[in-house]
Design a protein around this ligand. Structure first.
Ligand code: NAP
Length: 248
């Protein structure tokens, strides 16, 4: 039920952090991986090759005018198809709302939200004729909560929640499952500033019922589930993997 043998997955931002862990988990379940990003995912590729799976490294800056059509075309050409899309690449900018710049607004919205929509659109154009496909967006606790000093990130991740449901509504009857994973506080580059601030680090830790920060590998099981036939009747869901954070 969780076997992904013969499937091809695009994972954006697969060189590090959550994207790397998800790419490796999908490959361990049998999928070949198109690793998309601006930094080549060479370490990820090496680890996936060692499992006997194929990897296509696709260079793309997702903050630019959408390279979505090219990414999907290259994936199909190099790996023979497209079954799974994981919209993972993302950035964060921190500043008080009163000082927040237009540049920090646009950079985050373009990378985290606009690119997820246009990649989903390009993927669906390949998946719809086949009547099958899985799209997984990486959401956040800030899909549900307000956060602080991260205006464009909260707007983008809240947008990811709405987009996940809209695309599920449009494509569920055509065999495409669109869902999201909302990670809690995970130890990656994205959260380095929080972890380097001893006070914020401890405050966050104390609020997590599991009483530990998550590791990127904690996201692998949820991604394999949503990418597999085990989730064929799961549509428009945002699955929190958060050590219980939202339960507080
Ligand atoms: P990360 O280690 O900083 O990884 C971010 C990835 O996105 C990197 O591969 C990065 O590539 C890529 N990326 C950024 N801008 C890009 C661009 N313009 N074009 C192409 N690729 C780009 O952080 P992470 O925590 O794993 O983040 C992955 C996702 O999880 C993000 O969507 C983030 O918002 C989300 N998330 C993280 C947490 C957490 O606690 N860590 C919680 C909730 C949600 P480079 O290495 O080239 O920059």
């Amino acid at each position: 039920m969780f076997d992904l043998t013969g499937r091809v997955a695009i994972v954006t931002g697969a060189n590090t952090g959550i994207g790397q862990a998800i790419a490796i988990a999908l490959a361990a379940a049998g999928a070949d991986i198109a690793a998309v990003g601006r930094t080549p995912a060479e370490d990820t590729a090496e680890r996936i090759h060692a499992m006997g799976r194929k990897v296509g490294l696709i260079a793309a800056d997702l903050s630019r005018a959408s390279p979505a059509g090219r990414i999907v075309a290259e994936t199909v050409e190099r790996l023979g198809g497209l079954d799974i899309l994981v919209n993972n690449a993302g950035i964060i900018r921190r500043a008080d709302a009163v000082d927040f710049t237009e540049a920090d607004w646009d950079a985050v919205m373009d990378t985290n939200l606009k690119s997820a929509f246009f990649l989903s659109q390009a993927a669906a154009r390949t998946m719809l004729p086949k009547g099958r496909g899985k799209i997984i967006n990486i959401a956040s606790m800030l899909t549900f909560q307000g956060g602080i000093r991260v205006a464009s990130y909260t707007a983008a991740k809240s947008g990811i929640g709405g987009l996940t449901k809209l695309l599920a509504n449009e494509w569920a009857s055509s065999g495409i499952n669109v869902n999201a994973i909302a990670p809690g506080y995970i130890a990656t580059n994205n959260t380095r500033a929080l972890r380097d601030d001893a006070t914020r680090h401890q405050l966050i830790l104390d609020r997590i019922p599991a009483h530990r920060w998550g590791e990127p590998e904690d996201l692998g099981g949820a991604a394999v589930f949503l990418a597999s036939s085990a989730a064929d009747y799961v549509h428009g869901h945002i699955l929190a993997v958060d050590g219980g954070w939202l339960a507080r």
